[in-house]
Design a binder for this molecule. Structure first.
Ligand code: PMP
Length: 394
């Protein structure tokens, strides 16, 4: 297996997907050799079942839930779609949610109530309270509020919102994809009914995630069939992916204490970058923020240009404005925060994780002047690769 350094590249895109942890890889390889179907009652089936249930316990521990509350899905997109399309009367959706929440919300039959965010990127909790109180109180209202944002790392006060909603019989879903493994999570104490998580953001495989559903809460089953996942999502389990998810969850929980070190590295990096480029803006600098995320803009530089230059120099970073067919689409998250156009058009994201070292950040800073100098000024068109459809910011 070639590491990022063997490949001569530095990977700063953990919020898009984190490199596979060795523990996850080993668990998946071992699980691939299990011949049984977890639903079979013979010894081979029981071995596969044990593997799935061990992983369920590990994921439950990561998020502070009971194993019976964990339902494996194909990822957080499926988990988010499942909750959003479960027959609500009204759904309150924050403006900074991921597309996998926003799009099914728009397509559902529910009345959608958008929740604006303040310039800090934090949702206006008072607005939620106003809407909740003026609703008809049918018991079929949902608030969906992400735990932490994928572009900025800004953390929402889900506990406060969920406590209020619980007291008024309103269900709460939180998309905790970016928070899991980076912040300690306590599903049971949080008063939320649903939580979405995804393996590949914490060093597990892609294409596996979970919806955590509070015991006693019912929503329509996601997929009907043979009754797997307590009938909530039928279909033979993806045993190897589930095993990899479990192993990654255990490793991420073990490593959560490293987050303070990562935060120090990130903060020192941002401080140094601002010395080199005083006009640089750190989005969400004063808000509660994930330790691993740095969303930066240099007014006057276009994010697409910076991403390409970084790529050519061996650094994988992301742009706040995803781009296709030469047309940049602007980040709905940064726009919802009311940021200046120059910041929205210039924002790039570096997201760090279990592979990141201080040397990685230093090597980026060493090249920063060359990377940030001479980028295409705003107003000039930049053509990126010619994919025919708009890709959402991962
Ligand atoms: N929510 C957030 C906040 C995300 O960052 C992502 C991944 N980009 C998703 C949901 C979707 O997760 P998955 O890739 O597992 O479908």
């Amino acid at each position: 297996m070639s590491s990022q350094r063997d490949r001569g590249r530095v990977y700063f895109d953990h919020n898009a997907t984190a490199p596979l942890r060795p523990e996850a890889r080993d668990a998946m390889l071992a699980a691939l050799d299990l011949v049984g179907n977890p639903s079979s009652i013979h010894a081979d089936g029981r071995a596969a079942r044990d593997c799935v249930e061990t992983a369920r316990e590990r994921v439950a521990r990561l998020v502070g839930a009971m194993p019976s509350e964990v339902v494996f899905t194909s990822g957080a997109t499926e988990a988010n779609n499942w909750v959003l399309t479960s027959g609500w009367d009204r759904v309150l959706i924050s403006d900074v949610e991921h597309e996998s929440v926003l799009v099914p919300g728009r397509r559902s039959t529910a009345e959608i109530i958008p929740l604006p965010v303040l310039t800090s990127g934090e949702v206006d909790v008072g607005r939620i309270a106003d809407h909740v109180l003026c609703g008809p109180g049918t018991g079929r209202d949902l608030v969906t509020l992400q735990y932490a944002n994928n572009e900025t790392g800004i953390v929402q006060d889900v506990a406060a919102v969920a406590g209020f909603c619980r007291a008024h019989d309103v269900a709460v879903h939180t998309d905790a994809v970016q928070a899991a493994g980076r912040l300690p999570l306590q599903f049971d104490a949080l008063n939320v009914d649903f939580m979405s998580v995804s393996a590949h953001k914490l060093g597990g495989p892609k294409g596996i995630g979970a919806l955590i559903i509070r015991d006693g809460v019912t929503i329509p089953n996601a997929i009907s069939g043979g009754g797997q996942e307590r009938s909530r999502r039928s279909g033979t389990e993806n045993v190897a992916a589930i095993a990899g998810f479990g192993a990654a969850a255990a490793a991420a929980l073990r490593d959560i204490s490293h987050m303070s070190g990562l935060q120090q590295m990130r903060d020192a990096f941002e401080a140094e970058l601002k010395v080199l480029t005083p006009e640089a803006v750190v989005v969400g600098e004063d808000a509660p923020r994930l330790a691993n995320t740095s969303c930066l803009a240099v007014p006057g530089l276009r994010s697409e240009t910076l991403v390409i230059k970084c790529d050519l120099a061996g650094f994988s970073i992301s742009a706040g404005a995803a781009c296709s067919s030469g047309k940049a689409s602007r980040s709905h998250i940064l726009m919802a925060m009311g940021l200046d156009d120059k910041v929205v058009n210039g924002a790039v994201r570096l997201s760090l994780g279990w592979t990141t070292s201080k040397a990685d950040l230093e090597s980026f800073l060493k090249r920063w002047r060359e990377l940030s100098g001479g980028a295409t000024p705003l107003g000039q068109t930049v053509r990126m690769e010619t994919s025919s459809h708009r890709r959402a910011f991962p």
